[in-house]
Design a protein around this ligand. Structure first.
Ligand code: ADP
Ligand code: MG
Length: 252
């Protein structure tokens, strides 16, 4: 891990992370000032993704994600890419705040036009977590994690917030033991009809690469039994139709 003072971010190679994919001295200066207003004290280059020679937490279509030190401790800093097709972090920050209001998503602490600070999502992405799952306590751990994902998705549906990328949640659902964190509310919306629960259930139990393993471990019914229940839930997001899904999937 490499700790970098924020004033050093203006020069190479660090400017590549601050102003990806192309830094200009003017933009770098502006962004360093924004980081000061956010109370970011240092940047920690650490993680499994490489940005050139720099280890980082992740890279998305619109952002670079790294660890940062603030007075609250280590947090996650999402940096807007210079070439992102969105003008600021405002929309994502508002969507994440809304998700936080029902206990979903990493807790957001603050944001500016180009940055958002939030809590760290611990663990591994869902697909790898399920793939590596074995040994004592497998069933209980899987049941706990899946139940938590479905509960969170139901709360988002109930709130009227559609995440938008949960039909392939492999990069956006992180699991560590029973703690499940749904990340990336960049494409979230309150104007679409939410389909969080149906999208995730479809992936976990029917269409995703780990579906057979999940069904086998949880002794879940076949898709012929599940699909009508999802259809009923889709028509009306009622608590009763949600309970029925949870019951049928042996997640109680
Ligand atoms: N709060 C977080 N904790 C840990 N890792 C994160 C966090 N937010 C993002 N990441 C990592 O960064 C990657 C890109 O972030 P994401 O929010 O999906 O960006 P984008 O909106 O550009 O797609 C994620 O797949 C994940 O690996
Ligand atoms: Mg993403």
């Amino acid at each position: 891990m490499l700790t970098t003072n924020i004033s050093d971010l203006a020069s190479k190679p660090f400017s590549d992370a601050l102003c990806y994919p192309k830094a200009s001295p003017k933009e770098a200066r502006k962004r360093i000032n924004e980081l000061k207003t956010l109370g970011v004290e240092a940047i920690l280059f650490d993680g499994k993704t490489m940005l050139g020679s720099l280890p980082i937490l992740g890279k998305g279509c619109v952002s670079i994600v790294i660890k940062a030190e603030t007075k609250r401790g280590v947090e996650v800093l999402k940096i807007r890419r210079v070439d992102a097709n969105r003008p600021s972090m405002k929309h994502e920050a508002e969507m994440l705040k809304l998700a936080n209001s029902v206990g979903v998503g990493p807790k957001i602490s603050s944001y500016t036009d180009n940055f958002m600070l939030m809590e760290m999502a611990e663990g591994e992405p869902i697909t790898r977590w399920i793939k590596n799952l074995r040994g004592k306590g497998t069933t209980a751990r899987l049941r706990g994690a899946v139940r938590s994902i479905l509960d969170q998705c139901f709360r988002l549906d109930d709130l009227g917030l559609d995440h938008g990328e949960l039909s392939n949640p492999s990069k956006h659902v992180f699991i560590e033991d029973h703690k499940v964190t749904i990340i990336d509310f960049e494409t979230a919306s309150t104007s679409r009809r939410p389909s969080n629960l149906t999208a995730v259930t479809q992936y976990v139990f029917i269409g995703g690469p780990m579906a057979r393993k999940v069904r086998r471990i949880l002794m879940a019914p076949s898709q012929e039994m599940l699909i009508p229940l999802l259809r009923t839930y889709k028509k009306k997001h009622s608590k009763a139709s949600y309970r029925k899904i949870v019951e049928t999937l042996n997640l109680e």
